[in-house]
Design a protein around this ligand. Structure first.
Ligand code: CDP
Length: 241
């Protein structure tokens, strides 16, 4: 528990730079063109890819390239308070930023006038769902055979009061307001060029702290990439977990 203003011990006993237990599976929905799941602690994301297929209505088509369309949603039972089904401001924002992050590594120029749909669903949410969704979606796109220049791996980093932390859970994301509060930074890294494909910042952080926490995130993304690549080598091909 934190002393006033200083976060010294994590609720679940993790080190400040330690992620939750992570796992990934590819091929979880056999009828889809590509599918995968990614789990960190109690946060779980499922991603399904359909396409490329002809985009309707026709006036939305691009004769030079296919387009990526992401739909993120939390399942009604994913948190204790029931989530109302259907889109809302938060889900629209997460769908858009996920689309931007994934678009930076895929190449749909070989599929003019088409759309590739990525459906991300969250059966269990304990913070970090957008980054878990991006990890799952990247694997599902690779599984679907969508041309990718490189992979992406994603993690949440941040700061609780004065302490830099990685992979915040919901408790950490929301409970610490007696000091400086918590800062949440979803980060998406590309696998080869090591560029940042997405970074969002909710809260306050100094420039030196920001640089340090990004380094922490980059290391975690290298490990997440290994988990993703292992899952892609061991495709389940089964609908059952
Ligand atoms: O999930 P992520 O960290 O990417 O996004 P967020 O908007 O910062 O949400 C953090 C967490 O708040 C989610 O992962 C859920 O655990 C929780 N949440 C919730 O309980 N009810 C909602 N309507 C939305 C989020």
């Amino acid at each position: 528990m934190a002393e006033k203003g200083i976060y010294t011990k994590r609720n679940d006993g993790r080190k400040m730079d330690e992620v939750r237990p992570m796992s990934a599976k590819v091929g979880i929905v056999p009828s889809a063109d590509g599918s995968a799941s990614f789990q960190t602690g109690k946060t779980k994301a499922i991603a399904v890819v359909r396409g490329p297929r002809t985009l309707h209505p026709q006036h939305m088509q691009d004769a030079k390239t296919g387009i990526l369309r992401v739909n993120y949603g939390m399942m009604p039972f994913s948190v204790e308070d029931r989530i109302r089904p259907g889109p809302n401001r938060r889900s629209e924002e997460i769908s858009k930023v996920t689309e931007w992050a994934l678009s930076s590594v895929i190449d749909l120029s070989g599929f003019p006038n088409t759309v590739v749909d990525v459906f991300i669903q969250i059966p269990q949410a304990d913070a970090g769902t957008r980054v878990a969704g991006i990890n799952a979606a990247a694997m599902a796109l690779a599984h679907a055979g969508i041309p990718m220049r490189e992979m992406v791996s994603a993690i949440g980093v941040g700061k609780i009061d004065k302490t830099l932390v990685i992979d915040l859970d919901k408790y950490e994301d929301s409970e610490f307001h007696d000091g400086e509060g918590s800062t949440d930074i979803p980060l998406v890294m590309t696998s080869r060029s090591k560029e940042i494909a997405l970074l969002q910042l909710d809260g306050k952080i100094s420039i030196p702290e920001f640089k340090a926490v990004i380094e922490m995130g980059k290391k975690a993304c290298d490990n997440i990439l290994k988990i993703q690549m292992d899952a892609l080598k061991n495709i389940t091909g089964e609908g059952n977990e």
